[in-house]
Design a protein around this ligand. Structure first.
Ligand code: ADP
Ligand code: MG
Length: 263
């Protein structure tokens, strides 16, 4: 196991002192090279969980181990991709992609080589000298993803990375992620509220309950790889698994609506 979380509890306090229980007794583990998707209703605590697993938030109780040591002090290199557009507008695509390597002190020639290779790999060749505003949303997202891959993290945490993108860009990016994952075999934890996205990408789907988020169920996705985003959703196995998880997910979504209505 590369990542192991045990009995995680996490509370937040609002400005008027009200306590919000975000995570309740969450335990999960992730194998090296595994692609795990975490799904659950909006507002249930998915981002909180991802941030705790990544070591960005301290849990109130419980612990997260990465390769056996506490996540917050672990030396395992981690990447984090959120919904935000985090490219620096004053830097070219090349300069953005090599940012992480530059911060780590890698020589210019070396980091340029790595960035140039990744840029080509995801079809951004020819845009090296363009600025972020000259690219579409999907292309910018692609640049963000390879900027993370450039510094070779062992685990990548992705929090709803496709929010705000059109369907076509989403599908293209999923194909890219599948391809990159197949080639590099990183460990990926991917949070989404979109079940089809989760099944398309992951080896395993973890369903979180309505808030406070607990692990409600886990499903193995044994669809063969390599997978094609355009075709996989029409296969009987996909449809069957989607139906099965959907029933459980929609129960949690209904619960979370009811909670909201009564709070
Ligand atoms: P999700 O990602 O599943 O939509 P979040 O993890 O963002 O859910 O949020 C879970 C709950 O915790 C929500 O009720 C949210 O309002 C609350 N929450 C998240 N972050 C904070 C914070 N920094 N301070 C206070 N409350 C927060
Ligand atoms: Mg979130």
């Amino acid at each position: 196991m590369i990542l192991c979380a045990q009995d995680i509890n996490k509370f937040f306090y609002t400005q008027n002192g009200k306590q919000i229980e975000a995570l309740k007794d969450v335990s999960l583990s992730v194998r090296k090279h595994e692609f795990v998707a975490i799904v659950g209703p909006s507002g249930c605590g998915k981002s909180t969980l991802l941030n705790v697993l990544a070591g960005l938030y301290e849990p109130d109780t419980g612990q997260v181990l990465i390769n056996g040591s506490p996540s917050r002090s672990s030396s395992v290199k981690r990447g984090h991709i959120s919904q935000a557009d985090t490219l620096l507008p004053w830097r070219t695509i090349m300069e953005n992609v090599e940012l992480g390597l530059e911060i780590r002190g890698m020589a210019k020639k070396e980091r340029r080589e790595i960035a140039a290779m990744l840029i080509k790999q995801v079809g951004l060749g020819g845009f090296e000298k363009s600025y972020p505003f000259e690219l579409s949303g999907g292309m910018r997202k692609r640049a963000i993803i390879i900027r993370t891959l450039a510094y070779a993290p062992e685990i990548i945490f992705m929090d709803e990375p496709f929010v705000g993108l059109d369907v076509q860009s989403r599908d293209e990016l999923m194909d890219d992620i599948l391809k990159l994952w197949q080639e590099t075999k990183k460990t990926i934890l991917f949070v989404t509220h979109d079940l089809a996205e989760a099944i398309t990408l992951a080896d395993r789907v973890i369903l979180m309950s309505a808030r406070p988020a607990t692990v409600k169920a886990e499903y193995l996705v044994s669809l063969p790889r390599p997978r094609s985003v355009a075709e996989i959703k029409f296969t009987p196995q996909f449809i069957q698994l989607h139906k099965r998880i959907w029933r459980d997910l929609s129960n949690e979504v209904m619960k979370s609506y009811r909670n909201e209505a009564s709070s």
